[in-house]
Write a protein that binds this ligand. Sequence first.
Ligand code: IPE
Ligand code: IPE
Ligand code: MG
Length: 248
Amino acid sequence: MALFSSKKSAARLTEPQLVPEHIGIIMDGNGRWAKKRGLPRQAGHVTGAKVFRTIAKHCEKRGIKVATFYTFSTENWKRPQEEVDAIMNLLREYLKESLADFKKENIRTRFIGDRSMLAPDIQELMAEAEEATAQKDGMILNIAINYGGQAEIATAVRAIAQDVKDGALDPDAIDETCIEQRLYTAGQPPVDLILRPSGEYRLSNFLIWQCAYAEYVFDEILWPDFTTADLDRALDVYAGRHRRFGGV
Ligand code: IPE
Ligand code: IPE
Ligand code: MG
């Protein structure tokens, strides 16, 4: 079957107003992919990490301004220690390699989530990766690690309470912007499109504030099998959506 149903459909991918400014990707299905092959779950994470790099670069190529990838949630600590360690080691490896690799790309890397629970060397590598790409003017790549949408909002609320306590903020001035400015994604556009492969139809605590008016595209493909053509297909579905934002 042809990837696109018509010429009009293929053209939609290059029309800036039809490309999401901000895409959120829930990289799910690594474990099931490995299990299907009789491999340990970790093998799925290894392949998933490679797919992440390919898809991140393709997002930039498609003109997306911000891409946020869900890598490790605040709930993923519940997994067996062996699996958590494997994911952290992959992150370490990625950070070391990406310092060289992503320097060639026009991509700004940022990390969102609570870093304080990560190993000190990982925290250092994260800071280095952010600093090395801070001057780029291309796509912002948010990598969500130990990220939870509810924890993010709780952190923002604590900062607001502190400002009120210090007399720097009037409670009557607390509005949506005030909260938005205290999220990890402050200053970035809201999420236009959430993409979740692997056949699960939920947000799993990802960007819950930022998704207020997001479109959703779900896919049955497991993340390690996900290709640039699959991303293009999702972008095409998005381009065909009619967004109203409460209007008519
Ligand atoms: C996503 O794949 C990666 C992480 C959550 C770290 P999973 O590991 O959740 O894979 P499944 O959902 O068990 O197949
Ligand atoms: C969401 O996937 C988190 C990431 C992809 C990093 P999970 O596999 O943890 O989500 P649930 O448990 O199926 O909701
Ligand atoms: Mg999963």
